[in-house]
Design a protein around this ligand. Structure first.
Ligand code: ADP
Ligand code: NA
Length: 331
């Protein structure tokens, strides 16, 4: 009943990390061509926490440049930024009236981000998953490639679709599937193996940025926290060793192989051998993308043109779906 369609997005809220690359962008590229794909720069999500207006449009172009440099092609994928398609905000409001406060209260990412400060964060941060449901369902997207951290939000999207369909006695919205596959759907912080690597983490040493230079990448991996043991000869030997497992998973994702294959190749290797090999591999994969991002960022008007064109194409899909939603609701 629903045409296969992929939707996903990244917030322009700081420099892209290796987590964004492996958990999102690289996988976005992998799905391109097989079906209709739409990749958004979710700027309305970025402003749920303070963004300097002077930096936001730059950050939006940077994410777009990351998409393009990594291989997303505007003739094959719709690339756009969220705020240019006002239907996101409109459907988001309707979903605010469908989602329940109790559902939002169970969102672990909100609890993590708000911490003990839940009274002081923006209402937008709280409602974020409902806007995310709108991003996805506005296009009747059937698949959403995301990192592990977004799984709960895609489940909430399904809950919203199901409640809408039930309340209004319709089957208008699809049950979107999260796509969480490959070895690196949860790249961890290099200094603390219990936290994910994030754009907005405290220290730059805890993450690899897509645009870090070769020396910095080598230094960050060298200083990455590990245990003193060498690599085991089976993946089972990495149980209870989250930092070691993380570096093996990153290696696997960067080299398009499995973590098992990496362990087979490096069985018994110490960190003095594995970390430099990992750094070389990361530089080899990231440097060309970073160089291309630099080239693209030299021509911001061209990026804006690509995003504007994508927004126009997105609108042609969104508008009939929003109008029909209004009709169903009685608006
Ligand atoms: P961030 O958390 O870095 O601010 P976003 O919230 O914009 O990034 O997430 C964009 C996409 O990148 C999502 O699909 C998210 O799951 C993925 N992602 C973010 N961090 C990681 C990570 N450390 N490992 C794997 N995927 C990640
Ligand atoms: Na995230």
């Amino acid at each position: 009943q629903f045409t296969p369609r992929v939707f996903s997005g990244i917030k322009p809220s700081g420099g892209l990390t290796l987590g964004n690359y492996l958990g999102a962008i690289k996988r976005f590229v992998g799905m391109q061509g097989a079906m209709e794909t739409m990749y958004c720069v979710v700027d309305l999500h970025a402003i749920t926490v303070w963004q300097d207006p002077k930096e936001l449009s730059h950050a939006t172009r940077e994410v777009a440049a990351g998409y393009l440099a990594a291989g997303l092609d505007p003739s094959q994928s719709i690339l756009f930024n969220q705020s240019r398609v006002s239907a996101h905000a409109e459907l988001g409001w309707i979903f605010n009236c469908v989602a329940r406060v109790g559902w939002m209260n169970r969102m672990t990412q909100f609890k993590d981000k708000a911490g003990s400060n839940a009274e002081k964060v923006s209402l937008g941060l709280y409602a974020y998953p409902s806007l995310m449901a709108a991003d996805i369902l506005l296009y009747h997207a059937t698949q959403v490639p995301v990192g592990e951290d977004q799984k709960q939000h895609v489940e909430l999207t399904r809950d919203i679709a199901a409640k809408f369909n039930h309340d209004y006695k319709t089957d208008f919205f699809p049950m979107t599937e999260p796509v969480i596959d490959g070895p690196a759907t949860r790249v961890m912080n290099l200094r603390d193996g219990s936290k994910k690597m994030s754009k907005s983490g405290e220290s730059d040493m805890e993450r690899i940025n897509m645009r870090d230079g070769a020396d910095l990448i080598a230094k960050k991996f060298k200083k990455a926290k590990t245990d003193p043991e060498p690599l085991p000869d089976t993946l089972d030997g990495l149980k209870g060793r989250p930092e070691a497992r993380n570096l093996v998973d990153i290696y696997a994702a960067l080299s398009d192989t499995t973590s098992e294959a990496v362990i087979t190749e490096y069985a018994g290797a110490g960190w003095g051998r594995f970390k430099p090999a990992l750094a070389d591999l990361a530089v080899d994969r990231l440097a060309p993308i970073s160089d291309e991002m630099t080239r693209l960022m030299d021509d911001p008007a061209e990026i804006d043109r690509i995003l504007a064109d994508g927004a126009e194409r997105a609108r042609t899909i969104a508008e009939p779906i929003l109008s029909r939603t209004y009709e169903i609701v009685g608006l």
